[in-house]
Ligand binder design. Sequence first.
Ligand SMILES: Cc1cc2nc3c(=O)[nH]c(=O)nc-3n(C[C@H](O)[C@H](O)[C@H](O)COP(=O)(O)OP(=O)(O)OC[C@H]3O[C@@H](n4cnc5c(N)ncnc54)[C@H](O)[C@@H]3O)c2cc1C
Length: 303
Amino acid sequence: MNTALYEFLRSQVPEECIKKDEPMGKHTTFRVGGNADFFVEIGSSEELVNIIKYLKETDHSYFILGNGSNLLVGDKGYEGVILHLGDRFARIRIEDDVVTAQAGALLSTVAKAAAKNGLTGLEFASGIPGTIGGAMVMNAGAYDGEMKQVVTQVTVMTEQGEILELDNETMEFGYRTSIVKNRPLIVLWAQMTLAKGDMREIQEKMDDFGNRRRSKQPLEYPSAGSTFKRPEGYFAGKLIMDAGLRGYRIGGAQVSEKHCGFIINVGNASAADISELMDEVVEKVKDQFAVTLEPEVIRIGGF
Ligand SMILES: Cc1cc2nc3c(=O)[nH]c(=O)nc-3n(C[C@H](O)[C@H](O)[C@H](O)COP(=O)(O)OP(=O)(O)OC[C@H]3O[C@@H](n4cnc5c(N)ncnc54)[C@H](O)[C@@H]3O)c2cc1C
């Protein structure tokens, strides 16, 4: 155990917010992944900046974690410190039609809070199992909605601790990407401007999206949602199905029979099983259709 690092972390956050050798399967929706050396529940931007400064000075790696719903952590785990923006960093404020939420707030919670206040615009996000932070990085979207349509301002922090306010345009939102995906910026808050709507209609829309998800997606198995991005002019799931890979399995990892765009953990999959299956799917689709699938899922750690 790295005592100096532990002592430093201990000086920044309450002891119960630090875990040593934490199994990452507990923090990812794939339910797989080896241990992280340290796992820290962050409660404020001050804690975050102090810890990151120290980690950089002492040459330790770190990774910002939201809800782990777009993440595959290798079986050998993560050498470094996982900084989790979760429950301790999840405040939500609503004033008129503006919703402001901290990075660790779950999209489902924010969407529900908006609905309760009769605000429309976030219904599409109610079934996406990520945090506000992860949603800013990925420009999360579904059913013709995406974060880009509602976000008016994002507060980010640089690794040096500088706080910047980015407007919608500066966020460079694109299909499952934003400026935060490509630069070492940490999302602290996001402000979303919604519109007044009818509470019953908002709820009906959220229920409809929920039903559509349950009927089309293999939500009964651990996964990270759509494994691959949608290639231009195609649907990843259809290409995978047409390549004959429906139900194809490596160890405990399987191409879902219900929705071929999802790789699922059908029981005791290792991260290596999932990763190998992802690579094989890419290869077979490329061989047959000359289309290169790009993973949406982010891989970290040792495999
Ligand atoms: C069943 C299921 C269904 C899904 N459906 C959809 C869908 O319909 N649409 C969709 O877009 N996605 C979907 N996803 C994927 C996933 O929920 C989204 O990509 C989500 O935005 C990821 O958020 P997260 O908090 O889980 O991020 P994580 O998986 O924890 O992290 C993803 C990336 O964001 C970074 N990150 C997280 N928080 C911050 C922060 N505060 N600052 C800087 N970087 C940060 C991480 O470092 C990592 O690089 C689905 C996933 C599952 C399991």
